[in-house]
Design a protein around this ligand. Structure first.
Ligand SMILES: Nc1ncnc2c1ncn2[C@@H]1O[C@H](COP(=O)(O)OP(=O)(O)OP(=O)(O)O)[C@@H](O)[C@H]1O
Ligand SMILES: [Mg+2]
Length: 242
């Protein structure tokens, strides 16, 4: 049996974000974000709807430029290292081909060892669906295939944007277990979620965004019992403040 995944030490960290501003249609949606992330672990990004979490992930991944400010992955700008990271969206983007062909496509495009496909499918519990069209997968299965495709690229950083929204509890735990395993191999995880239970289970630290700014960045052990900011306190207690 081939090993699906390898251990990593990434040179893309630390991540440094300085005075990051993004204006879209005259609205300032990121308003001076500053952030420092170290070499290992799982960072959860939390915050109310519209706080700027998804846009921040897209900027970190190099998919769009900021209006001003700077992002550095180690010595690199995001657009120079997009291929060394993988971004998984809330709604999985899959090819209209078989489950196996979805993995083959990524392995081939990236020049990876094609014989890893079966091990990758086994890793995410989809071996029995290999020949089935990907469009027939359930939401949780599709998200596991999206994760397998992301892992097939051997990312040094895995960016996840609400990958378990609308999944059942067993599917949520299955995704968390795959992500935690990647984290333990040294893949740097940056994970957007609204699921407080999930954040408690897997976060090492929490970045709380409020109105396009970092309201706080705190170790998980402190964040949940004693958030420093009013914005995070309100969010955790279920008060809506936009
Ligand atoms: N292409 C766009 N054009 C105009 N405004 C946009 C665009 N994309 C996002 N926005 C706005 O930017 C703000 C931040 O959006 P973003 O998607 O980052 O929020 P979010 O924190 O991910 O929210 P959610 O929790 O609902 O996913 C929102 O007010 C949104 O309406
Ligand atoms: Mg979002």
């Amino acid at each position: 049996m081939k090993t699906a995944l390898s251990a990593h030490a990434t040179a893309l960290l630390p991540l440094t974000v300085r005075d990051l501003v993004l204006r879209v249609d005259k609205a300032t949606v990121l308003d001076g974000v500053n952030l420092d992330l170290g070499g290992r672990g799982c960072t959860m990004i939390m915050g109310a709807n519209g706080a700027g979490k998804s846009l921040l992930l897209k900027l970190l991944h190099g998919l769009m430029p900021s209006t001003s400010g700077r992002i550095s992955w180690g010595e690199h700008a995001p657009s120079e290292v997009t291929a060394r990271q993988a971004l998984v969206f809330q709604k999985p983007v899959l090819l209209r081909r078989s489950v196996a062909a979805n993995i083959d496509f990524v392995l081939k495009a990236r020049g990876k060892d094609m014989t890893r496909r079966d091990a990758l499918l086994e890793h995410v519990g989809l071996s029995h669906k290999a020949g089935q069209p990907a469009r027939l997968l359930s939401g949780g299965e599709a998200q596991r295939l999206a994760l397998a495709r992301a892992l097939a690229t051997d990312p040094e950083v895995l960016l996840l944007d609400e990958p378990t929204a609308s999944l059942d509890p067993a599917s949520v735990l299955a995704i968390e277990s795959i992500v935690s395993e990647a984290c333990s191999r040294g893949v740097r995880i940056i994970f957007v979620t609204h699921d407080i239970g999930q954040a408690r289970r897997i976060a090492d630290d929490v970045v709380f965004l409020h109105r396009g700014r970092v309201a706080e960045h705190t170790a998980a052990a402190t964040f949940f019992p004693e958030p420093h900011s009013d914005a995070a306190r309100n969010y955790l207690s279920g008060k809506i403040v936009v």
